[in-house]
Design a binder for this molecule. Structure first.
Ligand code: NAD
Ligand code: LMR
Length: 329
């Protein structure tokens, strides 16, 4: 790690995810305990949002984080993304009770056209982008489609919350410590069609199916609970998940800068695991250096896995088709 601060741009900086996220970044949880950061906080150009952002910045000051070397508060994305090493695209309208993710597609998609163009123009040479705002995979595809300088591998979308949810559910069912569950990866969309591939997961080093012998639970309630967890939280809280989403983004970025980490990331598929080449789909990734990763392509897919992947791929292809005019226009 270097002593030069990393510039981290965060959109939706006055929103609920950011209220959990920013303090973790400033404390060193995302980039490590020796890495200083400058937070470049971006909000919409409305008085209420900017006022709320000032309040968040006051609280960040009041934490006296030694690693926080500066803050920029802005409603101008050109200022906010300037020289950013990481751009965390959280800002978007969240889904409310009863809303489907498809409803968000057009509204939120527009945001990512502009942000993709500006990041490509003004962010740092080593810029990397992580998309959280929903529908995250397709928003990431939209942002990447606008880039002429930055290559598609720089753009990732978050499926880490789904991986964490799946790991927690498997540990609970098996009655083991969370850390006993390994290699549970999320394939496809961050939506109820996602596929947590339990077949490849292990519990205390044994294949999941040897420990959880209730295959009907794995194929039914397990997939359903993980896939619909976002909606369950919205129904219970009246608001979408925030602290767990922020925590997952810390994990997503931390793993992407930690060589050897193996984790689920939505990346440009390039046809891997049977996905359409142009969609961003969750799949297992291994971080190779603090600035690069490779997709792990060695997992074999059973017929059940292929069926599930075909479903989530279909949804991603449909989402892409729904915004194709926007990204080509
Ligand atoms: N991928 C995931 O796992 C995951 C998990 C939870 C939530 N989400 C999504 O994250 C997004 C944010 O959720 P939240 O609960 O923080 O919402 P929120 O409404 O509390 O905050 C969103 C913030 O974004 C701001 N914003 C909107 N458009 C913006 C723009 N163009 N530039 C900068 N800021 C902008 C808003 O003013 C608001 O302050 C939602 O789309 C939500 O669905 C994703
Ligand atoms: O499902 C949602 O709309 C919120 C979020 O993506 C989640 O998974 O909690």
């Amino acid at each position: 790690m270097s002593n030069t601060p990393i510039r981290v741009a965060v959109t939706g900086a006055a929103g609920q995810i950011s209220y959990s996220l920013l303090f973790r970044i400033a404390s060193g949880a995302m980039f490590g305990p020796d890495q200083p950061v400058i937070l470049q906080l971006i909000e919409v150009p409305f008085e209420k949002a900017m006022k709320a952002l000032e309040g968040v910045a006051m609280e960040l000051d009041d934490c006296a984080f030694p690693l926080l070397k500066g803050m920029v508060l802005t409603d101008d994305p050109r200022v906010g993304f300037k020289d950013a090493n990481w751009s965390l695209l959280v800002g978007a309208k969240p889904r409310g009770p009863g809303m489907e993710r498809a409803d968000l597609l057009k509204d939120n998609g527009k945001i990512f056209i502009g942000q993709g163009q500006i990041i490509d123009e003004v962010a740092a040479a080593d810029a990397r982008i992580a998309v959280v705002g929903n529908p995250a995979n397709t928003n990431c595809m939209i942002a990447a489609s606008q880039a002429k300088r930055l290559t598609p591998d720089r753009f990732t979308a978050m499926v880490r919350l789904d991986q964490n949810r799946a790991q927690a559910q498997l540990a609970k069912k098996a009655g083991v410590d969370l850390t006993a569950v390994k290699d549970i990866f999320i394939y496809g969309n961050h939506s109820p069609t996602m596929f947590p591939a339990f077949k490849h997961a292990t519990i205390n080093g044994k294949p999941v199916k040897e420990v959880i012998t209730d295959i009907d639970w794995l194929k039914g309630p397990f997939l359903e609970t993980v896939g619909k967890r976002g909606a369950a939280i919205i129904a219970a809280r009246g608001l979408s998940s925030a602290a767990s989403a922020a925590n997952a983004l810390v994990d997503h970025v931390r793993s992407l800068v930690t060589p050897g980490a193996i984790h689920s990331v939505a990346v440009k598929s390039e046809g891997r695991y049977g996905f359409d080449p142009d969609v961003w789909a969750g799949m297992p990734v291994k971080t190779t250096t603090p600035g690069s990763y490779e997709v792990i392509t060695s997992y074999e897919l059973c017929d059940f896995c292929k069926e599930k992947i075909a479903l989530t791929n279909k949804e991603l292809v449909e989402e892409r088709a729904a915004v194709l005019d926007m990204i080509k226009g």
